[in-house]
Design a binder for this molecule. Structure first.
Ligand SMILES: Cc1ncc(COP(=O)(O)O)c(C=O)c1O
Length: 375
């Protein structure tokens, strides 16, 4: 009798197999589409004269980060301590941790990572920077920081009117060096499908950030980076003169939230979830094996709240889910055992639900990529 359970065996044995042999639910990454997305964004950033530092939280795969760097990215952006540690451990040498280092555990991660890689840490207040500064000064490891500015999303980020004052307090701290300013213009996604309004919103965010950077410089504090970042704003915010860096993340996979507003074309979505029909006893909905633990429960921002859109024959939408059950509505002709491929609403939330993704070319598995730093 085999000592290894079948599910544990499969990952090793899948390379070379057609996707029909994959266990489900499984995240599939179409490699040619991924490569195209990576190349196009790199060429676009290059054409604007801004550096590219993709947000790695979308994939959390070392292989995807490596492709982005090969195409010309200067480094990667991370959100969680797990991502920072995974990137530093995997040998990535330039990481921007775009999240306030609040709490002793995050400070410890920052110091550990800064000893292994160039690390820049995002802060939005004196209070969020002080513990890091104290620890870095005590360890004799100076750490670069960037000041986050709220340009309209209304999340973290200093109010632009207080940015100079906070920058003054930050430069007075020992142990840290103010390297730049950044914003996440995520509110461009909220504007929706009107390209003119998206353009105006993204440009306004970029202009506000540049204005803040100029005010800080005029006060005698030199800054290197003026960094914007989002997929919905990728064609607007970085076009503003004075912006030096772009940090889009979702573009690398694409997802339904981007497709719904036209910022990613359906054919540029590299990620799908492969799922099997497990029951048609209800008729419509058919039940599939991708529920919220496979898709994430992050419903569509710009539609009917669906958690996924079927892109394979038969169509339909994953209207809702239980943990391991997806409710597929509006599909035709499905039988138990049939495979369906689903475009998820939110690629970043999806990646974090899985321990591996499967890289595929022409319907054949070419590699298995571990998802790193999930928590
Ligand atoms: C700080 C920061 N930068 C960049 C990004 C990338 O944005 P997107 O996923 O829209 O490409 C995000 C996404 O949430 C973010 O939080």
């Amino acid at each position: 009798m085999s000592p290894t359970a079948p599910q544990a065996l499969r990952w090793d044995e899948l390379v070379g197999a057609p996707i029909q042999q994959l266990p489900t639910p499984t995240v599939i990454i179409d490699l040619p589409t991924l490569r195209r997305n990576v190349a196009q964004m790199a060429a676009y950033a290059d054409s604007l004269g801004v550096t590219l530092r993709p947000h790695w939280k979308t994939s959390k795969c070392a292989q995807v980060g490596a492709l982005q760097l090969e195409a010309g990215a200067v480094g990667l952006t991370a959100a969680t301590a797990g991502e920072v540690e995974a990137l530093a451990a995997a040998g990535f040498t330039d990481v921007f941790w775009a999240y306030p280092p609040v709490g002793a555990a995050r400070v410890a991660t920052a110091l550990w990572a800064a000893a292994r890689t160039r690390l820049i840490v995002g802060v939005d207040s004196l209070a969020s920077a002080e513990p890091l500064a104290e620890a870095a000064a005590a360890a004799g490891t100076p750490i670069e920081i960037r000041l986050e500015v709220d340009t309209g999303l209304g999340r973290t980020g200093v109010d632009p009117r207080r940015a100079v004052e906070v920058a003054q307090a930050l430069v007075a701290l020992p142990g840290v060096r103010l390297e730049g300013v950044f914003t996440h213009e995520g509110h461009v996604q909220g504007v929706g499908a009107d390209p003119a309004r998206r353009l105006a919103t993204g440009v306004a965010a970029g202009e506000l950030l540049v204005e803040v950077a100029e005010a800080i410089r005029a006060d005698g504090m030199p800054l290197t980076s003026v960094s914007v970042g989002s997929t919905a704003g990728a064609r607007s915010a970085p076009t503003v003169t004075g912006v030096t860096e772009a940090r889009p993340g979702t573009y690398v996979y694409g997802d339904e939230n981007q497709v719904a507003i036209g910022t990613v074309a359906p054919e540029d979505t590299a990620v799908t979830v492969l799922s099997r029909v497990i029951s048609v006893e209800r008729g419509d909905p058919a039940l599939i094996d991708a529920g919220i633990k496979a898709m994430s429960a992050d419903g569509s921002m710009h539609g009917d709240g669906r958690i996924g859109t079927v892109v394979s024959d038969g169509g339909g939408v994953v209207a809702t889910g239980h943990e391991e059950h997806g409710f597929l509505r509006g599909a035709t002709g499905l039988r138990v055992g049939d495979l369906v491929r689903i475009r998820p609403n939110h690629a970043c939330g999806l990646s974090n639900m899985h321990s591996h993704v499967v890289a595929v070319e022409d319907g054949v598995v070419v590699d298995i990529w571990p998802v790193l730093g999930r928590h």
